[in-house]
Write a protein that binds this ligand. Structure first.
Ligand code: APR
Length: 245
């Protein structure tokens, strides 16, 4: 059987994506040789404990890695998933990414389980800001503060040690319990509780497709392993469906 055939015959196919799917948009991944966490200690710059103790470290890290995602463009992998959704062959995309590129590629049903860096929230009064507005102020302020209450601002992303957004995670869980085909693309599947989602899908009998440029811990657990760049593999699957079916 081919993945194109599986997608064509699945009742409810779901995609589960990670940083690797945005790598071809110029966004770094976290793990692996040149991953962000080989340059920064995540506990020091990206944990809620360190943010609460001293948010300056997070904001300095944010300045250094830059707001590249504000200018990044969706790549053919994002576009292929949006096409599969439009062809009614993909129910939804569950993503660990905070870059908003799935939505910008046209995907309508995107579940963000680690939040979205395009929104910035006051940690005290919950006032919401757009990232564009705050980025402009970051040159002057070590830690951007709220216009209303003076509280520290924080992007609406999940830092290590923070609980995942309940509504999004509950919906993702429901999708995992009802999917019969899971496309896991560009994720090392090492970070929990996110990585428990494919396990739940597998336990519920779903077939698992893993698309990754490297080996992952799921290579022996998945039904299909496609080695290579998601930006090449996903469009080729869409093409195969268009030609064959
Ligand atoms: N195409 C397909 N896969 C790729 C590509 C590519 N072009 N480039 C890299 N990869 C793969 C890597 O081989 C790796 O398996 O993408 C995966 C990225 O893994 P991680 O860097 O661990 O990213 P992710 O799985 O999304 O991390 C999960 O950890 O740091 C936290 O909150 C952060 O959401 C993130 C979570």
């Amino acid at each position: 059987m081919s993945i194109a055939y599986e997608l064509k015959n699945a009742k409810r196919a779901v995609a589960f994506t990670g940083a690797g799917i945005s790598a071809e948009s110029g966004l770094g991944t976290f793990r692996g040789r040149d991953g962000l966490w080989s340059k920064y200690d995540p506990a020091a710059v990206a944990s809620i404990e360190s943010f609460t103790r001293d948010p300056r470290k997070f904001w300095q890290f944010a300045r250094e890695i830059g707001w590249i995602f504000l200018t990044a463009k969706p790549n053919p992998a994002h576009i292929a998933l949006a096409e599969l959704e439009a062809m009614k062959l993909l129910d939804s995309v569950i993503t660990q990414n905070v870059d908003g590129l799935h939505q910008r590629a046209g995907s309508k049903h995107v579940i963000e389980i680690h939040g979205n860096a395009g929104r910035i929230i006051c940690t005290r009064c919950k006032t919401e800001y757009t990232t564009e507005k705050i980025v402009a102020r970051m040159a002057q302020e070590d830690v951007p503060t709220c216009d209303r209450c003076g509280g520290s601002l924080k992007p609406d992303v999940i830092l290590f040690g923070e609980p995942l957004p309940k509504k999004a995670f509950d919906l993702a869980l429901r999708k995992m319990k009802s999917t019969d085909l899971l496309l896991a693309a560009g994720t090392s599947l090492e970070v929990y509780p996110a990585a428990s989602l494919p396990e739940i899908a597998k336990k519920n009998g779903a077939k698992i497709v893993s698309i990754d440029s490297e080996r992952t811990s799921w290579d022996d657990l998945c039904d299909y392993k496609m080695n290579g760049p998601a930006g090449e593999i996903l469009p080729s699957i869409v093409q195969a469906i268009k030609i064959t079916f």
